[in-house]
Ligand binder design. Structure first.
Ligand SMILES: Nc1ncnc2c1ncn2[C@@H]1O[C@H](COP(=O)(O)OP(=O)(O)OP(=O)(O)O)[C@@H](O)[C@H]1O
Ligand SMILES: [Mg+2]
Length: 345
C-alpha cells in the first residue's frame, strides 16, 4: 500500500507543450490539462496576468487592444521565458489549492533537440515556480513509455510524437535514444495550411481557431474514396467584398490543404528509418511505428503514413496524454527509470 507521503507528496510531472500543458501528480494521475496560453491585461505599458489556460485560449484572436494573448511555447521550446514562468506558476498554484504539500519534486519533458541553454531555462522556471528539485526527460522517451512501448528491451522501437509545434521522430533501444530528429511540422502548421488554402482557393479568410476546428472535425490526411468525403459549414471573411460569409468545406479540400505537412511527416519517418542501424531498422519494419500526440488523431493519418512508408503504423491509445503519462511513469518508477531522468543542473 502507498504511504500517505507517497500519495500526497505533491511531486509532479509536467508536459509543457506548445499547444497544451498537462500535469501529472504522483499517485493521482493527470490532474490538469489546459492550453498553453496566457492572457495579459496591458495597462499603462505594464502587463498583468488576466487568465491562463482554457480561459485564455477562448480569447485567442478575439482580444481588444488592451488584452494580449501569448503562447509562451513555440516549436516545442520556451519562446517567452517570463510568460512561461507565469504560466507554470499559475498551474502549480491552481493544483496547490486543491492539495497541500511542501515544495514538490518536478519532472518536465523537453524536446530531444533542446539546447543546454534551453534546458537550464526550463529547469530554472520550474525551480522559481516553487519546485525543490527539477528533473528533465526527453520527450520521445516519455512518449514511448506513455504509449506502453517496450523501450527497455534490446529491440528497435520507433515513436512519432506529433504535437502542436513539432513532430519528433525517435528510435529507441535499451531505454535510450538511438536516433531522434525534430521537424517543425505539427498541428500549428496544419492549421496555417488550412488558412492559406481557404484564402487561396476560396477567397475566404478564417482565423486559426476556425482552421483548428475544421482540422479536428473533418480533417483528413488522405483523399476520401468518393473524392469528396463529409463536409462542414464554416464562417470567415469574404476577401472580395470584406463581409462575413458562410461556406461549405469538404474533406477532399482539407486533404489537399494538409498534403504538404503530411508529406513532411512521412519524409521524417523515412529519413529516420534510413538513419537507423540495419538490425534496429529491421525490428521497426516488423513491429511498426507508434504515433502519439494530438496530431496522431488527424483522420486517416495512420493510413496515409502506411501507404507512403510501407511500415505498419499504430496510433497510441490516449495519444494526447502519452507524454504526460510517460513523464508521470518516470516519476512513479524513478528508481527503475533513473537513467532516463536528468537531475543535473
Ligand atoms: N482530432 C484531431 N485531429 C487533428 N489534430 C488534432 C486533433 N486533436 C488535437 N489535435 C491537434 O493536436 C495538437 C496538440 O497536440 P499535443 O497536445 O500533443 O501538442 P503539444 O504537446 O502541446 O505540442 P508540442 O509537443 O509540439 O510541444 C494541436 O495542434 C491540435 O489542434
Ligand atoms: Mg507534446
Amino acid at each position: 500500500m502507498l504511504g500517505l507521503s507517497g500519495l500526497f507528496s505533491g511531486d509532479m510531472a509536467i508536459d509543457l507543450g506548445t499547444a497544451n500543458t498537462l500535469v501529472y501528480m504522483r499517485g493521482k494521475g493527470i490532474v490538469l490539462n489546459e492550453p498553453s496560453v496566457v492572457a495579459y491585461h496591458v495597462k499603462n505599458g505594464k502587463k498583468e496576468v488576466l487568465t491562463v489556460g482554457d480561459g485564455a485560449k477562448m480569447m485567442l484572436g478575439r482580444t481588444p487592444g488592451s488584452i494580449q494573448t501569448i503562447r509562451p511555447m513555440s516549436e516545442g521550446v520556451i519562446a517567452d521565458f517570463d510568460v512561461a514562468e507565469a504560466m507554470i506558476k499559475h498551474f502549480i498554484r491552481k493544483i496547490h489549492k486543491r492539495t497541500t504539500f511542501s515544495k514538490p519534486k518536478i519532472i518536465v519533458c523537453v524536446p530531444h533537440g533542446a539546447t543546454p541553454v534551453e534546458k537550464r531555462a526550463i529547469r530554472q522556471s520550474v525551480i522559481s515556480a516553487g519546485a525543490r528539485k527539477a528533473g528533465l526527460i526527453a520527450e520521445p522517451v516519455a512518449a514511448a513509455i506513455g504509449a506502453g512501448m517496450p523501450i527497455a528491451e534490446p529491440t528497435g522501437s520507433m515513436v512519432v510524437d506529433i504535437g502542436g509545434g513539432t513532430t519528433e521522430v525517435a528510435v529507441l533501444s535499451l531505454a535510450d535514444i538511438v536516433y531522434a530528429r525534430s521537424v517543425r511540422v505539427g498541428g500549428d502548421r496544419m492549421d496555417d495550411a488550412i488558412v492559406a488554402y481557404l484564402r487561396r482557393k476560396q477567397n475566404i479568410l478564417v482565423g486559426e481557431s476556425t482552421a483548428e476546428r475544421i482540422k479536428t472535425s473533418i480533417g483528413t490526411a488522405r483523399m476520401p474514396d468518393d473524392g469528396r468525403g463529409s463536409s462542414a459549414q464554416i464562417r470567415g471573411r469574404d476577401l472580395l467584398n470584406g463581409v462575413p460569409k458562410e461556406i461549405e468545406v469538404n474533406q477532399a479540400q482539407v486533404a489537399e490543404a494538409l498534403a504538404e505537412p503530411v508529406q513532411h511527416i512521412c519524409e521524417a519517418v523515412m529519413v529516420a528509418l534510413e538513419s537507423t542501424p540495419p538490425d534496429l531498422a529491421a525490428d521497426i519494419v516488423d513491429r511498426g511505428v507508434m504515433l502519439t500526440g494530438g496530431g496522431a488523431l488527424l483522420g486517416d493519418l495512420d493510413l496515409a503514413l502506411r501507404e507512403q512508408t510501407g511500415l505498419p503504423i499504430s496510433v497510441a491509445e490516449d495519444s494526447l496524454h502519452c507524454v504526460a503519462l510517460g513523464t508521470g511513469k518516470a516519476l512513479e518508477f524513478e528508481k527503475q527509470l533513473l537513467h532516463v531522468i536528468d537531475f543535473e543542473s
